[in-house]
Design a protein around this ligand. Sequence first.
Ligand SMILES: Cc1cc2nc3c(=O)[nH]c(=O)nc-3n(C[C@H](O)[C@H](O)[C@H](O)COP(=O)(O)O)c2cc1C
Length: 391
Amino acid sequence: MKRAVNIEDLRRRARSRLPRVVFDYLDGAAEDEITLTANRRGFQSIQLVPRILGGGTADLSTQILGHRYAAPFLIGPTGLNGIYWPQGDLHLARAAADAGVGFALSTASNMSMEAISAQVDGPKWFQLYPWGKPDFSKSLLDRARAAGYSALIITLDSLVGGKRERDLRHGFSHEIRMSAPVVLDGLMHPGWLASVWLGRSRPRFENLVAFLGDGASDKELADFTRSQRNPHFSWEDVRRIRRQWDGPLLIKGVMCAEDALRARQEGADGVIISNHGGRQLDGAPATISVLEEIAGCLDDGATVLLDGGIRRGSDVVKALALGAQGVLLGRATLYGLAAGGYDGVARALSMLADEMQRTMIFTGCGSTDDLGPHNIARPCRERDRASPERE
Ligand SMILES: Cc1cc2nc3c(=O)[nH]c(=O)nc-3n(C[C@H](O)[C@H](O)[C@H](O)COP(=O)(O)O)c2cc1C
């Protein structure tokens, strides 16, 4: 991990360690990948107001859903983490706990929720996909509660899968099928091949084994997830889950004020503004571009989190300044995992914390509570309109 100084360095290492089919699953997005690019451009187009002599330290700690975290970012839910590094979910969860930040486990994880909670003490959330019939989600929720997951995320931007063309070209759909190019590519990445592919067992959807039985193969479980997609999932199902889950509940995939208000009406404690990292609707706007409007329409009690394109500590500062209480990391920590297992994830988290701290000091903010719209550089005329006393 020496010499990796930013998330892009970790991405380059991930690309060289992983076979193309695996890297493209991690890195890719839907169709022309316009939204993937938009998420980054959205952050890059926002400028911060530098302030001088605002103090030389900054406290990154933040309260989210009643828990104080060391920094306002958490590792968001991602499926198939075991295809980058053996026990990938565990490394992500441990690195998050060691850094004092949150972790959310996906329905589609490669380690079961019980195995993670038995080995990691830090606060953990569980992410549920809108799959299956009511008894499918009920059984997962009962297990998540029993295993000590404190909050629930329902991801609602995935009634159908996005058209991820890199995956389609490789013939990749939730499990790696052996073909001549894939075998050849694997042989050219011996580190990955030895650890993940020839390791103790193939990564499979461990949370779902209970539905098929212990002997289920990775392929049978992948077929099962595809068969469980439920395009009829509706707000009525959200109400049902709200009744079944007594802890905090967040709706992930919200991109407009109407859906945010509806989520709140249906009893959600808050929303995660997300376009799934550009992996679902290509052409959706950058998440950061819709944040101010969504945060502005919700009541003070609502939790507002955001993800999509976070690669710099300054991105986190911008999101908080525009109304988010925290952000979720997707690819940033996955690049770290794929580059170097636990050490790579820990490195990604410490890079982001270090960059965030510098940015806060440069913007004169001693704590996350100090962040607000005044940190965002806007054209002078707009600023004049916002502060009439200057006229
Ligand atoms: C490889 C990969 C797998 C993902 N799997 C899930 C998942 O299982 N559940 C979910 O809610 N979101 C999933 N996401 C979306 C992330 O939670 C998050 O919304 C997105 O990665 C944020 O964008 P970023 O990667 O640019 O930071 C996945 C994203 C990636 C890149």
